[in-house]
Design a protein around this ligand. Structure first.
Ligand code: CA
Length: 227
């Protein structure tokens, strides 16, 4: 499944150029042109990495990073026009994973993105089983169990469940799920998501008498334990 990058950048020309390059490399990309919107999207989940400009309208990149870090350990690469040591130190202190100074070569940005994603995955995140209640997913083994019993899932069902589990307790829109599981080149109906959610419910909730996958009317879906 395509890794998704959130690009928070108010310089439209630069944002468009970076977006094009990232898509060409096979990443999914969403853009925000101000700090407030960027923070909102980042907190909404569904991304693997954030590219965050420092000088932004509404909320500065530093403030976005500070607030994001209260809730999320998603890799963040700061984009800074100011080549000052202060910015770099402040950025790394606030929890940025890396920074790159504008103007930058796209190859360098791509290399830093690959490194940040590798680090994220290398920290064992891929090996830690994703879980909600009695349901456990082992990504490495491509295995899902409920109370220790194996559940057979198709590739799409597995990817969809993985996306939900990675964003446990967070409501994901159909569009986010569609992008994450089917990719941006998917042509079809967003109700594919609903169809596959039904398959998952049948194999998980119905089979085991659970209520893990919840519909949030008019918004999308969330996986969480019954409360
Ligand atoms: Ca800027």
């Amino acid at each position: 499944m395509a890794e998704r990058i959130l690009l928070v950048e108010d310089e439209e020309k630069l944002a468009r150029m970076v977006e094009m390059e990232l898509k060409y490399e096979g990443y999914g990309v969403e853009k925000a042109a101000d700090g407030r919107r960027g923070l909102e999207l980042a907190l909404g989940g569904g991304f693997d990495l954030v590219l965050l400009d420092i000088m932004l309208p509404q909320l500065s990149g530093m403030e976005v990073l500070r607030r994001l870090r209260r809730e999320s350990q998603i890799p963040v690469i700061m984009l800074t026009a100011r080549d000052s040591v202060m910015d770099k130190v402040a950025g790394l202190d606030s929890g940025a994973d890396d920074y790159i100074t504008k103007p930058f070569a796209i190859e360098e940005l791509l290399a830093r993105i690959r490194a940040a994603l590798r680090n994220k995955n290398g920290q064992g995140e891929e090996n830690v089983p994703l879980a909600v209640g009695p349901l456990v997913m082992d990504v490495e083994k491509h295995q899902v169990t409920v109370r220790g019993r194996n559940v057979e899932l198709t590739k799409k069902e597995f990817d969809l469940l993985r996306c939900l589990l990675e964003n446990k307790d967070r409501v994901l829109t159909r569009e986010t799920l569609l992008d994450a599981v089917w990719g941006f080149d998917f042509v079809g109906e967003t109700n594919s998501v609903d169809v596959y959610i039904r398959f998952l419910r049948s194999k998980l909730d119905d089979t085991f008498g659970l209520k893990l996958i919840h519909t949030v009317r008019g918004v999308g879906y969330v996986i969480k334990e019954e409360s």
